[in-house]
Design a binder for this molecule. Sequence first.
Ligand SMILES: Nc1ncnc2c1ncn2[C@@H]1O[C@H](COP(=O)(O)OP(=O)(O)OP(=O)(O)O)[C@@H](O)[C@H]1O
Ligand SMILES: [Mg+2]
Length: 626
Amino acid sequence: MPTTPAPAEGTDETRPTRSRSAVRSLLRLWPYVKPVRGRLGVAAVVAVAASCTGLVIPLVLKWIVDGPVADRSTGGVWLGALYLLLLGVAEAVLFGLRRWLVARPLAGVEAAMRADLYRHLQRLPIAFHDRWASGQLLSRGTTDLMLLRMFLAFPLTFLLVNSVTILVGVLIMLAQDWTLGLVLLAPALPVMVVCWLFEKRYSRVARQAQDQVGDLTTLVEESVLGIRIIKGFGRHRSQALAFRDLSRTLRGTELAKARLLAGIYAAITTLPELAVGAALVLGTVQVADGSLSAGTLVAFLSTALALRWPVESIGFLLAMSQEAATATERYFEVMDAAPESDTAPVSGAVSASGAASASVVAPTSGAGRARDGGHGGLRFDGVRFRYPDAESDSVPVLDGIDLHIRPGETMALVGGTGSGKTTLTALVPRLHEVTAGRITLDGVDITAIPREELRALVAVAFEEPTLFSAGVGENVLMGAPDTAGEADLARALAVAQADFVHALPHGTDTQVGEQGLSLSGGQRQRLALARAVVGTPRFLVLDDPLSALDVHTEALVEAALRRVLAGTTALVVAHRPSTVLLADRVALLSGGRITAVGTHHELLRTSAEYAWLMSGRTETSERENR
Ligand SMILES: Nc1ncnc2c1ncn2[C@@H]1O[C@H](COP(=O)(O)OP(=O)(O)OP(=O)(O)O)[C@@H](O)[C@H]1O
Ligand SMILES: [Mg+2]
């Protein structure tokens, strides 16, 4: 997790420029909406019924004005009032019913989408996570999904309901008096043009705003995770400035949204209002002429007024739909990224033995093969690797790695900083895919082994000893969740010299804070090491696992490792001579290649680079060995 105080800007990938129609984007929600389509459909019908009930009210008014009022019948007026009351109650009950119908299924849709997103994020390759800022992913799982639920609850239904209401209302008005109806219809075309223009502009700022929310989330997340660095370097002021800049930008974008909304709202209310005014004048003249009944004019105008809300709401319904379309796009940008697949994605990575059945790597048969063919152990053949987002003409990080670690052997990997040691270790459990060449475990190409099986076979501990918010024991047992028990846990803790665990308030049940920050660096490292060895793995890949330990503890760990992992084939990245001495042999990584292999002392004699890398401590370690 980067702890730089600078905000991580969204990458190009999170900022697509191509515009897609909102409807097309929203249609992608169908698989999630499909299971609840029945309820949504019923809810829409109920809402249409409720809305049309409202349109009957003007007709009752007309009947009251032209009937009982004209006839001066008090009883008739009371009856009319009762009808109006009943209609009002029916409308309210129907709208309430609609809300009840949609609430539960839509919460389900949101939860299902969130679960899918989370599952997908777990299955996406490391290369994806390298590229994407975490806040962008976080905002997709929270804000965007909330926008989608709101869209399904409201605009989706009400765009339909209001369209039907407007249509029915216009038909009623045309039936009352078609000349007045046409006057009211006059603004329809300009309103449509305004809506269309609005849609286009609003979609752009909506996207901007949602991306900026992602940037802001990233910044907040990094500040929380990196709080020690920020405080340690007194960076809180600059961090606050960065935050203020980002939130100002977001505020600007939100204001742009508000301006657009204000514009469409003004157009959508003014134009129809003018038409209503014109119709009122024209209608009054007609009533005065006697060519129109007063009741008809009342009904006509109250219908027009009843349509006010459906027309005015179009502005923000469109805005919400546009935001939902953007949220859908952002959601599917992640969902469309290809997860890790079990087939080799790169040509040249699978070789003849790649086709071999993965079952060859069963614990017993693998060892058998190793003895027969000399292909056993961990073998790198012409492995080349370039990070997926690197320029295609750049120099690969690893370029032609040939290395054979014999079964049961421990090989130390030494190289200058940035030489690609971490990268090489990440290739073994397939956190990254080789660009060319192949890696075999007991003769079987790793691309032929199902990932799950491969990762059960190869245990890893990385430079950053990440722990999860869980018990200490749980963190360690994560290394072999299905197979390891209490005895394995105790053994692993002993190997990693993590006896401090027993002194913790609740022993192995003690909860560690987020990222294990409540423990010391060396304690975390030892737990990470225990996690790697808890399942007594056949293959062990350790990326500088002892760097935070004092030399004495390191020596104890080494001795225990040698004893317990005698049958394990291990690749151990090392910086210090004391760690190197743990290994049977040492390989020197330089310029993307393995330039020398041999014992520590052989390399000290034959490789100037190795001697230089180990210098400073050479004398001590030589003395130790004498
Ligand atoms: N995710 C990545 N995307 C692109 N380049 C990367 C990525 N990770 C590492 N690199 C580059 O690959 C090179 C090798 O990095 P790597 O982490 O493997 O070095 P290392 O040998 O482990 O160094 P150290 O001893 O400091 O841990 C470096 O130049 C680094 O900038
Ligand atoms: Mg490294």
